[in-house]
Design a protein around this ligand. Structure first.
Ligand SMILES: [Zn+2]
Length: 114
């Protein structure tokens, strides 16, 4: 059966998502990008994968997740754009193999001819 893609399935959830984005400043904390279609909630000190798994299992599902960010998210969550979020994952070896992350970090940090 076809399911709408996460993270939101209806306009009410979208409103909660946007309210949570607004509560954290409406833009990427690293580069300032502000298109809400490509903004993510990032756990400042990691732990997002575990939390996400629990959320998808129904322990903190739907709008409850966004309400928690609005009420308790300051300092714990930050907004990152999709690019900065992906780069942080590699830099912190989150959910990627250590070997691959090390290799791509070296390439990304190498001096470039422009
Ligand atoms: Zn960014």
């Amino acid at each position: 059966m076809w399911k709408q893609p996460r993270p939101y399935r209806n306009l009410l959830s979208l409103r909660w998502r946007l309210a949570a984005i607004a509560a954290l400043g409406n833009k990427c904390s690293k580069c300032g990008f502000s298109d809400p279609r490509a903004l993510c909630f990032d756990h400042v000190n990691g732990g997002g994968r575990k939390e996400r798994a629990a959320r998808l299992a129904g322990n903190n599902g739907g709008d409850k997740y966004y309400k928690n960010i609005i009420n308790n998210g300051s300092g714990k969550f930050q907004i990152l754009c999709a690019n900065c979020n992906q780069i942080k994952r590699y830099e912190n070896y989150e959910g990627v193999s250590h070997e691959v992350a090390t290799a791509i970090n070296e390439i990304a940090n190498a001096p470039r001819i422009r």
